[in-house]
Design a binder for this molecule. Sequence first.
Ligand code: NAG
Ligand code: NAG
Ligand code: NAG
Ligand code: NAG
Ligand code: NAG
Ligand code: NAG
Ligand code: NAG
Length: 593
Amino acid sequence: MKITALLPVLACLGRLASASPTASSSNSYLTKEDPIALKRIMDNIGPNLGASPGIVVASPSTEDPNYLYTWTRDAALTVKSLVDRVAAGSDKNLISTIEAYIKVQGALQHIPNISGNFSDLSGLGEPKFNINATEFTGSWGRPQRDGPALRATAFVAYGNYALKHGNSAFVTKTLWPILKNDLDYVTKYWNLTGYDLWEETMGSSFFTIGASYRALTEGAKFASKLGHSSSSYVNQAENVLCYLQSFWDKSSNAIDADIANGGIMRVVDSGTTVGIIHGFDYKAGCDATTFQPCSDRALAHHYNLVSTFRPLYPLNNGKTVGEAVAIGRYAYDVYYSGNPWYLTTLAAAEQLYDALYVWKRQGNLEITDISLDFFSQFGIHVKTGTYKSSSSTFKHLVTNIEKYADGFVEIVAKYTPSDGRLHEQFSGWNGTAVSAKDLTWSYASVLTTKAAKGGSVPASWGATSIKVPHGKCKFGPEHTVNNDIIDVKFSITDTNLTSSFGTSNIYVVGNISELGGWSTSAAVELHGVSDSYGLFSTIIKLPPSTAFEYKFIEKLNCDEAPVTWENYPGGGNREAKTPSKGSLTLPKATFEY
Ligand SMILES: *[C@@H]1O[C@H](CO)[C@@H](O)[C@H](O)[C@H]1NC(C)=O
Ligand SMILES: *[C@@H]1O[C@H](CO)[C@@H](O)[C@H](O)[C@H]1NC(C)=O
Ligand SMILES: *[C@@H]1O[C@H](CO)[C@@H](O)[C@H](O)[C@H]1NC(C)=O
Ligand SMILES: *[C@@H]1O[C@H](CO)[C@@H](O)[C@H](O)[C@H]1NC(C)=O
Ligand SMILES: *[C@@H]1O[C@H](CO)[C@@H](O)[C@H](O)[C@H]1NC(C)=O
Ligand SMILES: *[C@@H]1O[C@H](CO)[C@@H](O)[C@H](O)[C@H]1NC(C)=O
Ligand SMILES: CC(=O)N[C@H]1CO[C@H](CO)[C@@H](O)[C@@H]1O
């Protein structure tokens, strides 16, 4: 096939919205958005949406996508943000909701499910349940091992609050038995692979391993406080901390997001940033072994993250080094076209607010070779070294990093609709809201970002109480296989098209629902394999042992007609069948007109 015309992939650019919402300063945005976020979170918990008491619903959206479920991860992170508010002395009325959440988790733990059952705790790795607290039986990326760890962290936070405020009966009778199951789960299973927080990559992720370390470390302290044995938690916390170090990629000065089958799956991912802020402990200073927000490793990651996303979206056009940009999950993301997310853009701000808090608290900041690129963004020539708070370098950097952090909030502010309601994503082309509406996790990220900016830091959890044991780092994850889902790789060359920024005009559509059920508007987008001509691919999760038909199409004008169908020899459809386990790579196709 000859190249006759190179069609630009950013064909949608022509439809860039001209009107942009009024920009707002980060402070006034967060102050205005915070009560809206809190109200929407409460609306998404329990009976309002027909859910069981204490069930945190991910979003009221029932189609495109259907998020009317409770995810262990989203629920735990959300409740942790509520507990931090209560612990900071406000919103005592949230306590009954928090306790309802805690109680219903005990019920969820006991539900047998596709991930496993309660007797060997394997069932705790199930990522999501129906909102009436029953088993979800559909195909899914499971197990996900961050859930029990994140839930343990929410429980410990509330447990410490309740003990301090004379509610030890609730802690010993209700909270501890449920918490213990989660800690035992992490102890037993942390070193088996699972799906990452985005539910796409099977392996070990920085996010999950970091959450496991935190859960075991603070869980051990909490167990001791209640007079229970904690040695098994401490022992595994040491192993987890050892393994966590393998995510630091010295040669590329980066934190790897996912490691699977002994290899790096993905380097720059905002899930890592979400993990960094989850692991924040203001008493740990800028400790690099625990990847504290102000550590040189975490700042190098921040620099890599922004550099990755700056050229990715038309929305970021014109932004230069040292200016905030809209942040998505990772490059080449194809989920809902891989737009920026509210919570990942806010996470980039929150990491910096956490860092600023620590630098001001300790009265200095250190620049190392690892963090030099990050600190070089702010208009002055900097060298490695430690700068005291009285120095002009410290003052200049702190002032400008705060402005930089505010910039991420201002982007979210700009693309928040006037009613303050947050979806999951906003279009990388024009900033309009995309994917699930009223996403609980988006709102939770507003609460934590506002707290971080206001210097209301969560309680210390003993991040540096465990040391990386020298010569003892022997445990690493072993691979587990999910036979419930088959990763199917679709690839096609189409030399009429250029590819860049991970987007394309080429889609696959087929006769099963995962492939859009022959509806071209529900077809799945392929992404460019490199910023060159012609090769596109994507991995789609399909159920095992399923026969399906499919065809590639071109949509040259986004979702608008006309759609060009590939001319498959013989005029028929392509056919394939997924195996009962493992994965499937389909033969590379060529688009014929
Ligand atoms: C794609 O390229 C072929 C030649 O290889 C050409 O005949 C055809 O018109 C092109 N299609 C489009 C939509 O540009
Ligand atoms: C469920 O529990 C039983 C023991 O009662 C155990 O033998 C079995 O392997 C568990 N099932 C799964 C799927 O883990
Ligand atoms: C719980 O919800 C699921 C999914 O909506 C539904 O299929 C099931 O019948 C419900 N079970 C009960 C006991 O209400
Ligand atoms: C904004 O871009 C999205 C694609 O990201 C598109 O679906 C939508 O129609 C656009 N809206 C406007 C107002 O241009
Ligand atoms: C996983 O951890 C267990 C201890 O909990 C250990 O027995 C096992 O060898 C570990 N596996 C790997 C591959 O590290
Ligand atoms: C899709 O096509 C395959 C192959 O023709 C067929 O076996 C299967 O039943 C079809 N599935 C649906 C949902 O139509
Ligand atoms: C739908 C489904 O697979 N449920 C499973 C839940 O877990 C139990 C115990 O492991 C299985 O027996 C069920 O099949």
